[in-house]
Design a protein around this ligand. Structure first.
Ligand code: DWN
Ligand code: ZN
Length: 398
């Protein structure tokens, strides 16, 4: 048991991945003896139903300058963020002299789009960088007060793939209390618990993802901190996410979409023990099936290469015990990952050009959330007789 970071209730574990490395800590092949590991296990709060890790990884890992993830490395994601920015410009940011703050703005697609529309904007991140205006800090009551003093209240505070990473989430709400305009909103998008459980997307569970949100847990959390969940939107990206809109209490009427999703979650009995037990069983079935397949292919002399050195793949390779003996290398378009080896599992990362040189018999698609985009880009692999191996929602070959 551990203590819930939202409500101080008891968190009951439902899956233990054992010791895991930090998912973005790609290592120089010479430095593999010096890696940091932490206990990765996930549980559900018996009081507020928030699903969360039992032990947070050290804070700030995802914020250092060398952080190797760039959201616009995917064409689909680039477009996704541009569309969101345009939508905000037409709605929340359409009043006089609007102001948007983005927490953890990554490579700044949203902020650059609003900047180009002449809208006041600010990125908040401990190691602020890039072509947008930034405030270098964690988002909390202190930094929110500084921003309020210099810029005035925010109409929108936005965050993608960030809020779920902040274990001390009360700090976010304390900052919102200070900075948000009376009718301002927090808009954030993160992986959806419902889809993680339904599709056995167990590899969304790694050091950087602390919370696994459902609409009901987010609604309860918002109320606890003096806010309300007023809108939800399903997003098809990253294997299924929800975009939540939070307003100050009693300022906005929640949409029908909120009522519908809350009702569906009740119907699905999302965090009931049987559901969580079924998830645990399904993860171990995927492990057995994938190891059986990879071992058989190796025995048959087939070449298997990994595709996408994702943060998610740290859980897959380390929990399953997949190393370079089964997957000799993984190709990835991120230059800062190339030449290094994957955290814990030590699979060399190589540029995508190596994928075709020559094509392997099978490609294990770690970046399954970008399947459509990657398979379209790598059509020639299929044409040459290559096959994709996927493991979500179960092991299958395409
Ligand atoms: O939440 C998070 C998500 C949004 O991004 C972070 N905590 C960390 C990161 O997680 P991830 O590494 O699992 O994200 P992706 O988007 O699944 O990573 C895709 C990887 O695949 C990247 O390293 C880039 C690579 N890639 C590629 O080699 N060719 C991606 C595409 C689209 C490609 O065509
Ligand atoms: Zn709780």
């Amino acid at each position: 048991m551990s203590i819930c970071r939202v409500c101080s209730g008891a968190v009951r574990e439902f899956f233990d991945f054992g010791l895991q490395p930090l998912s973005s800590a790609f290592v120089d092949p010479a430095g593999v003896d010096d890696e940091y590991f932490f206990p990765l296990s996930i549980g559900v709060c018996q009081s507020c139903t928030m699903v969360q890790l039992l032990t947070p990884a050290p804070r700030g890992q995802a914020s250092h300058e060398g952080y190797p993830y760039h959201s616009s490395g995917s064409r689909v994601m680039h477009k996704h963020f541009q569309q969101l920015a345009h939508r905000l410009l037409e709605t929340e940011l359409s009043g006089p002299d609007p102001f948007i703050v983005e927490i953890g703005y990554n490579d700044g697609v949203v902020l650059k789009t609003v900047r180009d529309a002449g809208v006041r904007h600010l990125g908040v991140e401990p190691t602020g960088r890039g072509a947008v205006r930034v405030h270098s800090a964690f988002f909390n009551a202190g930094s929110a007060a500084e921003i309020l003093a210099s810029e005035g209240p925010a109409d929108v505070v936005y965050a993608a793939n960030t809020i779920c990473e902040v274990a001390e989430i009360a700090e976010i709400f304390e900052g919102l209390k200070v900075l948000l305009a009376p009718d301002g909103v927090l808009v954030f998008e993160d992986p959806y618990l419902g889809e993680i459980l339904e599709r056995t997307a167990f590899d969304q569970i790694y050091d950087e993802h602390f919370y696994f949100f459902s609409a009901s847990a987010v609604s309860g959390m918002a109320e606890r901190f003096g806010f309300a969940l007023v809108d939800v939107e399903h997003l098809p990206v990253h294997g299924g996410q929800i975009r939540y809109t939070i307003a100050r209490r009693d300022r906005r009427r929640p949409t029908q979409a909120v009522a519908d999703l809350l009702a569906r979650e009740r119907e699905q009995r999302l965090v009931e023990p049987e559901k969580l037990q079924a998830f645990a069983t399904a993860v171990d079935r995927i492990r057995d099936d994938l190891l059986e397949l990879l071992t058989r292919l190796r025995a048959e002399g087939k070449r298997v290469v990994g595709y996408g050195a994702t943060a998610k793949s740290a859980t897959v390779t380390n929990y399953f015990g997949i190393g370079p003996d089964l997957v000799p290398f993984v190709c990835d378009s991120t230059p800062s990952k190339q030449g290094l080896v994957t955290p814990g599992s030590h699979i060399p990362v190589r540029p995508p050009a190596d994928f075709a040189d020559p094509y392997p018999d099978y490609a294990l698609l770690f970046a399954w959330n970008h399947a459509e985009e990657i398979m379209a880009k790598e059509r020639a692999f299929r044409d040459a007789g290559g096959q994709w191996i996927l493991y979500v929602p179960e092991v299958h070959v395409l």
